[in-house]
Design a protein around this ligand. Structure first.
Ligand code: GDD
Ligand code: MN
Length: 861
């Protein structure tokens, strides 16, 4: 009985036929076990004749085609003619190692796998003699396919598969990548094995791979991913888009010429352009099958994509105008290009997706994940240098101006990162924040690996989506606070911890030691994860044996060495920072705050994320959620529950007695994200509640993206019609600093003395003034520690010395902040000749922002 059929497509390969068949026959596989089917596409160099000379052997067959040559359909035709159930595809030009035919076929014969791929891009695989550009092309092609299928070499031409899979390939398939068609049409349902091969460049004849094939590859890739991309639609979309560009620029220029302001001008011009676009796109460009109903759904999706594109392009516009100093009338063009890009992808995949052969829900989630992750990265990248610093960031920036081994209220990592960022990009918002951005990329790398180890690659991709879009992930990757490096280190620690404790990998302890040490340098909270590891080791029998081995202890030692700067600093400073961390919590008023804790978690995770996390944390078995298949191994489930549950429990107990800060539990939820993402992708017979939760994710994700884009646009460019003074008491310090500089100048004129400015808060006002005055550097700024209160690091940088016989300018966000720090205070007594409290209005481009309160005195007793 024929066990497998080798399908060999040929197009002008006459010199290779003899060699190929000789080599195959030399393998000494019994003749009745296999057949070779050549599929020739009208070669004119005598290839068919060559093959016919071999047809004396009953297992050599030739199919001759005379239409337009196409590799994919040739292979399908060959598979259709096969007499066996296993198809091996192989090039005729001796590029593929015939010795590995058996290795390719055997796993399928044994029914262990459905597809076996001869892979160049896994360990042991190689490509010989290919010129650089071919390698590069092949690599790029491979990387593009990565998010959509879980193999390393999706473009290999040497692979074996079950014949029935040929039926799953779309009739539209064409071009070179038949393997990709099979993989993507059966997303996540196949058992796939990759074996390393060495690919050799052909010795005779020439390659037939051409540029149109590469275009076809791209087009098929996008189509298989669910996008509506034919040459037709792309061309029409481009024409419509061009028309939109014309409308957009004309209206924009007109608005600008009438002094409308950037935000209003680009909103209005966008609105006009988009109306034209939508009308034409739905009627013409994407309209292959017109379905009268459901237009409203389409339209609302169009609005979502449009809104996201609009809010992002505001950032591009601002970047060119404010940072690049390009005139608005030119800056609108790159902004439009960015919009067009988002609009096109959004239209092709989301607004007008393919109706024929719709992709599986798993595939749709992959595409969605990719889109969401890229959008969130782009949004951050564009806005991170535009949005002004929040006071916390200004304070940590000031850490970096006084570089040290550690600091009073936080370990030093945040300062080191800001120091590096500003050394490269300068003392501006981008320099401060770039470290947070990079931390989030590192976090995503480890999160992907962690999720892949717990579940699978499609889940890992969704995990990145959840991470990018939840406030916890988005904010920690934008603001430069200790949480940015903490989140990265927390995930890295989790990743290594799972490898060490669950997968039993000795070498993972090394990584764990490093990640844990770096994490402790970021924020002490990470120690809770260490505690969780301990609990897991005690509970889990498999992990318990690590107690008797040296690795964990070496890891702890390593972490301590990395952490040593903090120890040294504290040793030099009478252990103040540890005292501060341990006493500040107990000394408070002992209020029951569990409800606050829960509300804060709902902010960090969104309500839907909160419910999902609790569901996973407290279910004893995922079957409770109605998921029976692909059940997580019990140990993995236990791991996730403990590394989430233990730190959560500690915060919970804490909140019974005291008020937690809202971001404290943030990193705790990282461990559970993969399981949340996994639940999102489950299909089949699910519990009602689980199904409802799955559905709720879509609006949640959309709302989050919209909210971030809206807020960023609002603080950078404004939203036409929306006032500023609603939430800006703590923000807009650039404009506020200008106003304070004015006040100082007036006092200088009046008194002839250099005044001392006292920010009437612990550090936020002083630091913000510092940062935004930095370029001028002409203010003498202190914090409220001058009034006997703690100013955190200000106590070290600027210890209070009395009396002060220079003018004092107190600056505060509220009048009461200038009068008292604690109830019953009377700060006025300490001042020499205090004036009345006054205020100034702060404006930004003529729009009212906020007020700032101040009082001038002659000095401080
Ligand atoms: N029937 C038929 N019709 N056969 C064709 C056609 C066609 O239109 N085009 C090419 N072939 C045959 C060739 O005769 C050869 O046997 C095999 O398909 C591969 O073609 P090459 O032209 O040698 O392709 P390549 O070496 O550049 O590309 C190889 O590596 C790629 C990986 O980057 C192939 O294995 C590709 O499938 C693979 O994707
Ligand atoms: Mn070749």
């Amino acid at each position: 009985m024929t066990q497998f059929s080798i399908v060999v497509p040929t197009l002008n390969e006459s010199e290779n036929i003899d060699l190929l068949l000789t080599r195959i026959f030399a393998l000494n596989i019994p003749f009745d076990k296999f057949e070779v089917i050549f599929v020739d596409d009208g070669s004119n160099d005598g290839t068919p004749e060559k093959i016919r000379t071999w047809q004396k052997y009953s297992n050599i067959h030739l199919i001759e085609r005379h239409g337009k040559p196409d590799l994919a359909t040739s292979i399908l035709q060959g598979a259709g003619a096969a007499r066996s159930d296993i198809i091996v595809v192989m090039d005729a030009d001796l590029s593929h190692p015939h010795e590995q035919l058996n290795a390719l076929v055997t796993p399928i014969l044994k029914d262990q796998y459905d597809v076996v791929i001869g892979s160049r891009y896994i360990k042991g695989g190689r490509t010989l003699d290919w010129p650089f550009y071919r390698r590069l092309l092949s690599r790029v092609g491979g990387w593009l396919a990565r998010p959509f299928c879980d193999v390393s070499d999706a473009t290999s031409g040497f692979f074996a598969f079950r014949r029935e899979l040929a039926a799953t390939v779309s009739e539209q398939a064409h071009g070179y990548k038949i393997l990709l068609e099979i993989l993507m049409a059966n997303d996540s349902t196949l058992r796939i094995k990759e074996i390393p091969i060495c690919f050799r460049d052909r010795a005779y004849g020439t390659s037939k791979l051409s540029f149109p094939h590469q275009l076809a590859y791209l087009q098929r890739l996008l189509t298989l991913a669910g996008g509506k991309v034919s040459r037709n639609t792309a061309g029409r979309f481009a024409i419509v888009g061009l028309l939109g560009v014309v409308v957009d620029t004309l209206v924009f220029q007109w608005m600008i010429s009438r002094d409308a302001g950037l935000a209003l001008a680009h909103f209005v011009s966008f609105f006009f352009a988009v109306s034209v676009n939508y009308a034409l796109n739905s009627k013409w460009a994407f309209n292959e099958h017109h379905t009268g109903h459901l237009q409203w759904l389409q339209f609302s999706r169009f609005l979502i994509v449009g809104a996201l594109a609009l809010l992002l392009r505001g950032g591009v516009l601002a970047l060119f105008v404010y940072v690049g100093h390009v005139p608005p009338s030119l800056a609108i063009f790159p902004a439009i290009i960015a919009t067009a890009f988002i609009n096109y992808l959004g239209s092709a995949f989301y607004v007008f997706p393919a109706e024929k052969n719709p992709p599986s829900s798993n595939m749709r989630w992959r595409v969605a994940a990719l889109g969401v992750v890229l959008f969130c990265i782009l949004l951050r990248l564009i806005y991170l240098g535009l949005a002004q610093l929040i006071p916390d960031e200004a304070y940590y920036w000031q850490y970096a101006q006084h570089m040290d081994l550690s600091f009073y209220d936080h370990p030093p990592m945040v300062a080191w990162l800001i120091w590096m960022g500003t050394a490269i990009l300068g003392n501006n918002e981008a320099g401060v924040r770039v470290g947070a951005f990079i931390c989030s990329l590192i976090a995503m790398g480890y999160l992907y690996a962690y999720a892949k180890n717990l579940h699978d690659k499609a889940t890992a991709l969704r995990t990145l989506m959840i991470f990018s879009v939840l406030p916890l992930g988005f904010a920690s990757g934008f603001f430069m606070t200790p949480d940015a490096p903490l989140v990265a280190a927390w995930i890295a620690t989790l990743y290594f911890m799972e490898r060490a404790l669950v997968a039993d990998q000795r070498s993972a302890w090394l990584g764990m030691g490093v990640a844990f040490g770096l994490g402790l340098l970021s924020k002490y909270t990470l120690s809770l994860l260490g505690l969780a590891a301990l609990v897991f080791v005690i509970i889990d029998a498999g992990a318990r044996r690590w107690i008797w081995r040296s690795h964990p202890y070496l890891a702890v030692t390593l972490a301590l060495i990395i952490f040593s700067p903090v120890l040294i600093w504290n040793f030099q400073h009478e252990w103040v920072s540890f005292m501060f961390q341990s006493t500040r919590h107990v000394s408070n008023d002992g209020q029951f705050s569990v409800h606050y804790l829960l509300i804060y978690i709902m902010i960090l995770l969104t309500p839907v994320g909160f419910v999902a996390a609790m569901q996973i944390l407290f279910s004893r078995n995922y079957r409770d959620m109605g998921v029976s298949q692909h059940m997580l191994k019990d140990r993995k489930r236990l791991f996730v529950q403990i590394v989430t549950g233990v730190p959560f429990f500690i915060f919970l107990v804490f909140s019974i007695f005291d008020h937690p800060k809202f971001h404290w539990t943030g990193p705790v939820w990282l461990a559970v994200l993969p399981t949340i993402a996994w639940m999102i992708g489950q299909t089949g017979n699910l519990e009602k509640f689980t199904k409802w939760l799955q559905k709720a994710w879509r609006p949640t994700i959309g709302a989050c993206m919209f909210a971030y884009a809206l807020i960023l646009h609002y603080v950078v460019l404004g939203i036409p019609g929306a006032p500023y003074h609603l939430f800006t008491e703590h923000y807009f310090w650039r404009e506020t600093t200008r106003e304070v500089e004015q006040i100082v100048e007036e006092v200088r004129q009046l008194t002839g003395q250099e005044p001392v400015i006292v920010g009437m808060s612990k550090w936020s006002i002083a630091s913000s003034l510092y940062f935004y005055n930095h370029a001028r550097g002409n203010l003498d700024i202190r914090s409220r520690n001058l009034f006997g209160d703690s100013g955190a690091m200000y106590n070290f940088w600027f210890p209070a010395q009395y009396p002060i016989n220079r003018p004092i300018i107190q600056v505060g966000m509220k009048p009461v902040h200038l009068e008292q720090i604690r109830e019953g205070d009377n700060l006025k007594q300490m001042l020499i000749h205090p004036d009345e409290i006054k205020y100034r209005n702060i404006y930004r481009n003529g729009i009212f922002l906020r007020q700032i309160y101040y009082r001038i005195s002659a000095g401080l007793h």
